[in-house]
Design a protein around this ligand. Structure first.
Ligand code: ASP
Length: 347
């Protein structure tokens, strides 16, 4: 139910949705917000109030960094009590990383934070941006009969589907359905009406305050295993002085090569207290290291399971936990617990 007294803050960070073609180079470049507003006159017809906050400078999301994530948290924090919900316009390229990071940077979130963007600029005739923007604003303003927001979560809304942010991955550079949440059902689907999947939406404790976290530690590496991976490259990454954690992208249900150099490098890294988290390269499914001998070897080497975490969420969670100054042992423990609905640890 849309609350007609609702106030939503629309935060515009950049991305294709607001871009315009440079006539000389043909490249898409960020444009100013009046362009976005004038191209969506439908916004005036919403029966609740939308204010805007514009990032300066606007950026293509390939240029995003943890500093920008902090800025986003600061903006939401500064305006948290003044609004019922927030919509963040962001480029699609790194939206899953940013939205995953923000999901950890708020604890006991009591208001919706909905990320959206588009594959075609909003000024183009066939744009997907209008639909994404208008429905994201409606979801941010939607309330239950008890007056609480229907979706007090960090989400991505794209092409009629509302996803839990930390379950998403960008899977398509061409089609309008750019995102997938392979291991977790959608939180809502927008058709003639918006159908919410209420039983899986997180429920905060409204008697407690929301907590905002701004410190992140980026001493993280990602290593994707592939047949022929070179011992030199592998050990070079594990021996980087400042590394605190490695997201190891393995095959299938969490399997990797069994070569002595590989397992002994991993063991040495674990002995140096580097946290190694096993996530699968597959879009669907979870890590089960007990299933094959190759996975069991990783367990013996001290690698921990990332279950069905996406790489985006694994990076964000590690940055968040080390940002909290947790010890490697504490990080290992908390990586086995779902903090914001980011993983299923049943298996
Ligand atoms: N390069 C753009 C960005 O991520 C792509 C997009 O918005 O879809 O900012």
């Amino acid at each position: 139910m849309i609350d007609v007294n609702a106030h939503v803050l629309l935060i515009y960070t950049g991305g294709t949705i607001g871009m315009i073609e440079n006539m000389e180079t043909g490249a898409l470049e960020p444009f100013n917000f009046s362009h976005l507003r004038s191209n969506v006159p439908e916004m005036k017809r919403l029966n609740f109030q939308v204010d805007t906050f514009i990032f300066e400078p606007l950026i293509d999301s390939s240029e995003i960094s943890p500093d920008k994530w902090r800025e986003m948290v600061e903006v939401v924090k500064a305006h948290y009590n003044d609004y019922d919900g927030f919509v963040i316009l962001h480029g699609t390229d790194t939206m899953a990383y940013t939205a995953s990071a923000l999901s950890f940077m708020f604890e006991n979130l009591t208001k919706p934070i909905i990320f959206t963007g588009s594959q075609l600029p909003i000024g183009k005739l066939r744009t997907d941006g209008k639909e994404n923007l208008i429905t994201a604003l409606e979801i941010a303003a939607d309330k239950n009969y008890d007056g609480h927001p229907i979706v007090p979560e960090v989400c991505i809304f794209f092409q009629n589907v509302l996803f839990r942010a930390n379950r998403t991955t960008k899977i398509n550079a061409e089609n309008f359905n750019a995102f997938s949440s392979a291991d977790f059902p959608s939180l809502a689907e927008a058709g003639v009406t918006i159908r919410y999947n209420s039983n899986i939406i997180l429920k905060p404790d409204y008697t407690k305050d929301v907590l905002f976290y701004e410190s992140l530690d980026d001493s993280i590496a990602v290593i994707k295993i592939f047949p022929g991976i070179s011992p030199e490259v592998f050990s070079a990454v594990l021996n980087v002085e400042s590394i605190k954690a490695v997201v190891l992208e393995t095959y299938g249900s969490g399997n990797a090569l069994c070569d002595d150099w590989f397992l002994s490098d991993l063991k040495k890294a674990v002995e140096k207290d580097i946290v190694i988290v096993n996530v699968t390269q597959c879009l669907y499914g979870t890590v089960e290291m007990y299933r094959y001998e190759t996975g069991q070897n990783l367990l013996k080497a001290g690698v921990i399971s990332g279950y069905d975490l996406t790489t985006e969420a694994a990076i964000a969670k590690l940055m968040f936990l080390f940002g909290l100054k947790k010890t490697p042992d504490e990080v290992r423990k908390l990586m086995q617990v779902s903090l914001r609905g980011e993983m299923n640890v049943d298996k």
